[in-house]
Write a protein that binds this ligand. Structure first.
Ligand SMILES: Nc1ncnc2c1ncn2[C@@H]1O[C@H](COP(=O)(O)OP(=O)(O)OP(=O)(O)O)[C@@H](O)[C@H]1O
Ligand SMILES: [Mg+2]
Length: 271
């Protein structure tokens, strides 16, 4: 199987907590691979290390231990400078992170367009308009889209903001999308629309001969069952279990028998 990420004993400790004897958080050691061209979900209780893991997968930090391969490239201080990591991110990754990162002084549309200017426009600005139409379908129906596009992020609702982050995440036509609770502030219909948007993006890239790996962190078990090909469950910084969707939406747990009720199975692992 073609994997975009390979983790072998990957660990991470926050520097501020490295010397403290109490309450230290340690991620890993983690050993698993994330397939290219699939939608993978990361689940786990609050504080289990999901965002920390995403920051490693997103080349925002170096792992403290182990071997992390992204696209067969080793990620360590010895092999890659911070500048090289930033270049890789710009060209290959799209982020929709938990802590909002739209630039406050740019409008919603400018937040996507500026990436295109950086990259010499891999997606045409005209196309970004269609992206917004899809992500803001109800606002579009109400004739509110034009007003939204010129709004600064501080004037948006949390859900509108989150969808803006998704629009920007695909602007550079990435092969890896990393989304941290992208539907955390969305109602149920809009959550599904956001996931369908990511699915469609992946499908269209596939049709153009490009592979895309989408990695989503969520607390929404139902959403993961519906949209994931793989589910990774974290517990206290460790991989608790790993599930794989097979033919006809049948799930397989790498650690044991195929669960009949997948929802309760996952919830049990989250306890
Ligand atoms: N910058 C930091 N410095 C020190 N400790 C941190 C830092 N960021 C996170 N932590 C700690 O690392 C642990 C894991 O945090 P992380 O944000 O990865 O959890 P999470 O699974 O994403 O949780 P949530 O579901 O609440 O977003 C927590 O105990 C947290 O307090
Ligand atoms: Mg988090």
């Amino acid at each position: 199987m073609n994997c975009i990420y390979n983790l072998d004993g990957v660990g991470f400790t926050y520097e501020s907590t490295q010397d403290s004897s109490t309450g230290e958080f340690k991620l890993g050691p983690l050993d698993f691979s994330i397939p290219a061209d699939k939608i993978s979900f990361i689940l786990g209780r609050s504080g289990s290390g999901k965002s920390t893991l995403l920051s490693l997968l997103g080349l925002l930090r170096y792992p403290s231990d182990g071997s992390l391969l992204v696209d067969d490239q080793a990620i360590s201080k010895e092999t890659l400078t911070r500048k090289q990591m930033a270049d890789y991110r710009l060209k290959n990754m799209g982020f929709a992170l938990q802590k909002g990162e739209l630039l406050p002084f740019l409008s919603l549309k400018e937040n996507s367009d500026f990436i295109l200017e950086y990259l010499g426009a891999r997606i045409k600005k005209k196309e970004t308009k269609n992206i917004f139409k899809t992500l803001y379908s109800s606002e579009s129906r109400d004739g509110q889209l034009e007003r939204l596009l010129v709004s600064k992020p501080t004037r948006l609702s949390q859900g509108q903001y989150q969808r803006g982050a998704l629009a920007r995440a695909v602007a550079n036509r990435p092969k890896i999308i990393l989304a941290d609770e992208p539907t955390g502030n969305l109602d149920i219909n809009t959550s599904h629309e956001a996931m369908i948007f990511l699915q469609d993006y992946k499908r269209k890239e596939n049709e153009a001969g490009r592979q895309v790996s989408v990695i989503v962190v969520t607390h929404d078990v139902h959403l993961s069952i519906e949209y994931a090909d793989r589910i990774f469950v974290l517990k206290k910084g460790m991989l608790e279990t790993q599930l794989e969707k097979k033919e006809k939406n049948q799930w397989m747990d790498v650690n044991g028998p195929i669960p009949s009720d997948i929802y309760s199975h996952i919830v049990n692992h989250l306890k």
